[in-house]
Design a protein around this ligand. Structure first.
Ligand code: HEC
Ligand code: HEC
Length: 397
């Protein structure tokens, strides 16, 4: 019986190096040096660590650790076991994130100490015009996404639909002018900023930049209801948590396809392009060269993430997806606008769309409306066999 390494030698011949297999799901990206790998591991331990109120959890929170929500199929993934309730007000074309009423993230849990003060958990404010229960997206490959220069994203943007194809992608902007590629509604400019928001709004941690606890539906947390000293996380730990996500490898497509499936997948991929799915689910993006500024908040693009062609299958732009998918708004996103969902790693998932409403891929496609309506109809007009090929392609990602 010939074992693995010998088979590889036989296949590739003496002297040839076999191609390095991509990292497993949940592992760090290839070619990290010892220092980066160490920070990845320390950050992952923080991501999985159960927090207590003495350490900073709460007084309002949704879960006790990052991996309570981000653990499918492995730590760093997504999840629907705990959904986050969001509520916003959209009036006169403007989005109100309801900061005065405690913000758009409605924390569903409170520490015993806060409850003893007669406060929490939060309720959806009466002023809200919409609410949603959103699932946690997988976090694989976000460092690469942060390494793509704005200019690459802007190549595909067409906010006024000048080319008349019915598809207008828009790169959302924060009030301070920076572009926002993280979050499904374009909520954060950098990975680090998103990590800070997650700490504050999901776990109830104060951070070096935000020393105050978030108010309970607008009512400030009474002194004594939160024993931990602020900030509840120090800059070193915050950096490690960010580096964990920065170096968490992108999902690789299925490499063990039988020959017959290979043909089906190739046909499905060609159809995906032909009918126009790629006008939003863009085929490739390129990351910046090393040491240029990155949207990870880590200063500059690290060498292992630099100069790479990546396939998240998204333009990372906002699109009007129609009334069916509309609910909450974002600081620069109307209720119907959503960022094109990256499709890499789709084969590891079983619930789709921002609120997990679709439990199979055809249902996720049928829910596309707005700018995607004509392309959705083109999919529905395909013969059943062609539709199946396209779905098989998606399931190989
Ligand atoms: C209670 C569940 C929950 C917990 C706990 C949680 N998250 Fe999330 N996370 C979500 C949801 C829901 C979203 C998607 C929000 C949206 O729709 O944009 C998200 C999105 C993200 C994103 C943006 C992904 C993207 O594609 O842009 C990052 C980064 C992230 N979370 C990191 C973390 C970190 C770090 C922690 C721990 C400090 C954490 N999350 C804890 C539910 C959670
Ligand atoms: C106008 C832009 C646009 C076009 C065209 C488009 N999509 Fe999407 N797609 C999106 C957006 C935005 C989402 C996220 C919707 C949500 O989260 O509710 C999405 C989500 C998805 C999802 C679910 C992914 C997830 O993470 O849950 C699948 C699968 C998908 N699209 C496949 C397709 C296919 C197949 C086509 C072609 C028939 C297509 N899309 C065409 C913008 C588009």
């Amino acid at each position: 019986m010939v074992h693995g390494p010998l088979v590889a030698a036989a296949l590739f011949g003496c002297g040839d190096t076999p191609p390095t297999p991509p990292p497993d799901l949940g592992d760090p990206t290839a070619n990290l040096d010892a220092g980066d790998r160490g920070r990845f591991l320390l950050g992952r331990a923080l991501f999985e660590r159960l927090a207590t109120p003495d350490e900073g959890l709460g007084p309002l929170f949704n879960a006790e650790r990052c991996s309570d929500c981000h653990d499918q199929p492995v730590v760093g993934g997504g999840g629907a076991r705990i959904r986050v309730v969001k509520a916003t007000r959209f009036a006169d074309g403007r989005c109100d994130l309801l900061h005065a009423e405690g913000g758009d993230n409605i924390q569903r849990r409170a520490t015993d100490l806060l409850a003893a003060h007669g406060l929490g958990p939060e309720r959806i404010p009466a002023a809200a015009t919409a609410s949603a229960r959103v699932t946690a997206p997988p976090l694989f490959g976000l460092g690469l996404i942060g390494a793509v220069p704005d200019a690459v994203l802007l190549e595909a943007a067409d906010p006024d639909d000048r080319d008349g194809d019915g598809i207008s992608g828009r790169l959302p902007r924060l009030p301070d002018g920076r572009s926002a590629r993280f979050g499904r509604k374009g909520d954060a400019a950098t990975l680090r900023d998103f990590v800070v928001s997650a700490l504050r709004f999901e776990l109830g941690f104060t951070t070096p930049a935000h020393l105050d606890e978030i108010a309970v539906n607008g009512v400030p947390v009474p002194p004594g209801a939160d024993p931990a000293r602020d900030p509840e996380i120090d800059p070193v730990a915050l950096g490690q948590l960010t580096d964990y996500l920065r170096f968490l490898a992108a999902p690789a497509p299925d490499r063990d396809l039988p020959d017959a499936a290979r043909d089906t997948v190739a046909r499905g991929q060609a159809l995906f392009r032909q009918i126009g799915c790629t006008s939003c689910h863009r085929e490739t993006l390129v990351t910046a060269v090393a040491d240029t500024p990155a949207s990870t908040g880590a200063g500059s693009v690290a060498a292992p993430l630099a100069d790479r062609t990546i396939r998240p299958w998204s333009d990372l732009l906002l699109h009007d997806m129609g009334e069916g998918l509309a609910n909450v708004c974002g600081s620069d996103a109307a209720p119907a606008e959503l960022r094109t969902a990256p499709l890499w790693g789709l084969r590891h998932r079983n619930l789709f769309l921002h609120d997990g409403r679709a439990s199979d891929l055809p249902a996720a496609i049928r829910a596309h409306g707005g700018e995607a309506a004509a392309i959705r109809d083109a999919f529905l007009a395909l013969p059943a066999e062609a539709q199946a090929d396209l779905i098989r392609f998606l399931r190989s990602l």
